[in-house]
Design a protein around this ligand. Structure first.
Ligand code: 2M8
Length: 447
């Protein structure tokens, strides 16, 4: 099919070239039923990546986008969790660390026949599914919705029943579950987790073979990541154990906001299936109210994370605290304050010298513009903030962020993340969600 870009600040012929390259990235990263984030750094299927990828794939082939999501749901556990990674059995065990032999998911009751990791990622899948349904046409759209809906409902039930603490918000038990793995927000809770470097006598990091050491998490971070995953694994991925005993338990604003947003998307799918949507609408309202009650920081001007172990609100201003803008039910004074924080000195959204939304506070001494989730601009979080601005009527600023997204790719290619001031690319190349979101923004959700 021929994709045509909407006219914008990057010249039209350049946009068409970018679209062709983006399609090529997604085709190269497709492995038969799903798309890897990167052939080198991430050679398996990742959970929230697949949702962003499906949003772009739908413009190439709606059927392929549906397959991307359904193949992920095929690896859903009996308890409802959709795993962070679905391993491709054709890829060697040591191509990615930690691979299937470290996660040992097959030892768990109720695990599907394919190997997976045992943790989860932000639940943005229902939003992708709701976007794809109308693109499939009446009959196929209905069949896809009928298949996807129960998996999505089961995932949200898992979060509600197995992953909430007092106050009803979801908790995460590993930095990898947040998607913003080495965010400075996790520095305080992670300080309580021993960093045992002896683990590197048994385990070898693979990521630093594919991306610069200065662009990835440190060995201290990794020693803690490994310890946390091994302890959860050795307790059979039991959520009663993890909520009571894990050393890292946090309430994250992005995860909870996407959970609430996914309930609104499920309401949309339910209506298309002729079902009652009221439980989904009520659940979205409940989560939104709990977030405002428990995670809103008037002093910091955005949502912040909470460390369950110390009971502390974590003061770091990260992009995760702006993403709740996607929720239409926020009080107007909260939206106003979020807008001021986004456009102020902390993130400088819309300023000519800053590209997209930096992942971390530009004014904090810990800001590192090239290191992973400690400063660089990422396209998925920039896209989410843009959609949030749109929800609250700030079309012009949202459009500006979409332009930034296209401009970053035009300048530096389909990189994993970008220096927020120079726009230079970092991390892996030919990164799938960068390609998918470029397509989604350029072709447009209504096209
Ligand atoms: C990054 O995380 C993985 C672990 O899940 C890693 O560093 O090995 C994160 O950026 C995460 O958000 C993303 O889903 C994943 C794959 O792109 O890579």
């Amino acid at each position: 099919m021929v994709l045509t870009a909407k006219p914008d600040t990057v010249a039209r012929d350049k946009q068409d070239l970018l679209l062709r390259e983006a399609v090529r990235v997604l085709l190269q990263n497709w492995h038969g039923h799903a798309t890897v984030p990167s052939r080198t750094l991430y050679p398996h299927q990742w959970s929230w990546d697949s949702a962003f990828i499906a949003l772009g794939l739908q413009h190439i082939s709606a059927a392929r986008a549906a397959t991307e999501l359904l193949s992920l749901f095929g690896a859903q556990w009996a308890d409802g969790r959709v795993p962070q990674i679905v391993f491709n059995p054709a890829v060697p065990d040591d191509a990615y660390f930690p691979g299937p032999s470290v996660w040992r998911s097959s030892a768990v009751d109720g695990h599907p026949p394919i190997a997976t990791s045992g943790i989860i990622q932000p639940p943005v899948h229902a939003v992708a599914a709701a976007s794809i349904v109308p693109r499939l046409g009446e009959e196929r759209g209905r069949r896809f919705a009928e298949r996807a809906y129960p998996s999505l409902v089961d995932l949200n039930a898992y979060i509600r029943q197995r992953r909430t603490v007092d106050g009803g918000l979801a908790v995460l038990v590993h930095p990898w579950e947040t998607g913003l793995d080495n965010s400075p927000a996790w520095d305080h809770p992670l300080a309580a987790v021993p960093a045992d470097h002896a683990l590197f006598e048994t385990y070898t990091r693979r990521d630093v073979a594919h991306a610069g050491v200065g662009e990835r998490p440190t060995n201290d971070d990794y020693a803690r990541y490994i310890r946390l995953m091994l302890r959860y694994r050795d307790h059979g991925y039991d959520d009663d154990w993890v909520r009571a005993e894990a050393e890292f338990v946090v309430v994250d604003p992005t995860f909870n906001a996407l959970w609430a947003w996914s309930e609104l998307a499920l309401a949309d799918i339910a209506r298309r299936l002729g079902r009652d949507d009221s439980a989904h609408v009520a659940e979205a309202a409940r989560i939104t109210a709990a977030m405002v009650d428990q995670l809103w920081s008037e002093e910091r001007g955005l949502f912040v994370a909470r460390d369950v172990r110390s009971g502390r609100l974590l003061p770091e201003r990260t992009v995760a605290g702006l993403i709740p803008l996607v929720l239409p039910g926020l009080p107007s004074e909260v939206v106003k304050a979020l807008l001021a924080t986004a456009t102020g000195e902390v993130f400088r959204v819309g300023a000519p010298e800053v590209h997209g939304v930096p992942s971390f506070d530009l004014t904090d001494v810990r800001h590192e513009p090239r290191r992973y989730w400690r400063g660089p601009t990422w396209l998925n979080t920039t896209w989410l903030v843009a959609r949030g601005l749109e929800v609250h009527g700030h079309q012009e600023l949202a459009h500006r962020l979409d332009d930034d997204l296209v401009g970053l790719v035009a300048k530096s290619g389909f990189r994993e993340y970008f220096h927020p001031r120079t726009g230079r690319g970092h991390g892996t190349r030919s990164f799938s969600w960068s390609a998918a979101l470029l397509i989604h923004v350029l072709v447009g959700a209504e096209a």
